[in-house]
Ligand binder design. Structure first.
Ligand code: GRF
Length: 190
């Protein structure tokens, strides 16, 4: 059995990243190799360190104008990059060299694109009186939230729901489905 290695990218709290780390902790065929962030204050870094996972922080220049990240990921034998609340647009040198997936907290193609992240998404959903929202897991290309869809799941939005209520429902869906979908994608890679 060939062991598969995941690199997680996160900018914020990292609860999805931790959920993925925990999900694969008993799986001998999958290693969560490292966690990468653009934000030195990201709590995701601390979560990863608590699991003795290597962490890396990079600058915009290193990410966009150099091969620093690509080279390091290649050295480490990464099979899949998983974006879990990562806010920067991914440059072509990464999309061309790696299989990359992202989770978006809405039903793409709605409520996606530049600037649509975190509570902004849930606020827009509530402001527009949507009756449902959900999660979208998709491949990443070099445009925000436009890669091929892999999986979606819906949840109802009630008239009485606040953006925070919607965020909680979405997180539940994310925790339930994201690790499983990551596993399916890994299984499809030779
Ligand atoms: C999640 O809702 C995810 O869909 C989005 O960013 C949020 C990250 O939350 N891309 P967390 O940092 O995993 O808690």
């Amino acid at each position: 059995m060939k062991i598969k290695r995941i690199a997680l990218f996160a900018s914020g709290s990292g609860s999805n990243a931790q959920n993925i780390i925990e999900y694969f902790s008993e799986n001998e065929g999958v290693i969560v190799d490292s966690l990468w962030s653009n934000n030195p204050d990201s709590y995701a870094l601390e979560r990863a360190r608590n699991f003795r996972i290597d962490t890396f922080v990079f600058s915009k220049k290193e990410f966009i104008n150099s091969n620093f990240v690509v080279e390091k990921l290649k050295e480490r034998g990464i099979n899949l990059i998983v974006l879990a609340g990562f806010l920067w647009l991914v440059p072509t040198n990464l999309t061309q060299n790696f299989k990359i997936i992202n989770i978006h907290p809405a039903l793409l193609p709605n409520y996606g694109g530049k600037g649509m992240y975190g509570m902004k998404v849930h606020k827009a959903v509530v402001d527009n009186k949507e009756i449902e929202s959900g999660i979208s897991i998709h491949f990443v290309n070099d445009k925000y939230d436009e890669g091929k869809l892999i999986f979606q799941e819906k949840c109802p939005v009630l008239a009485s729901d606040s953006p925070e209520d919607v965020a909680n429902k979405i997180h539940e869906l994310e925790y339930k489905h994201f690790p499983r979908v990551v596993e399916e994608i890994l299984n499809s890679i030779d």
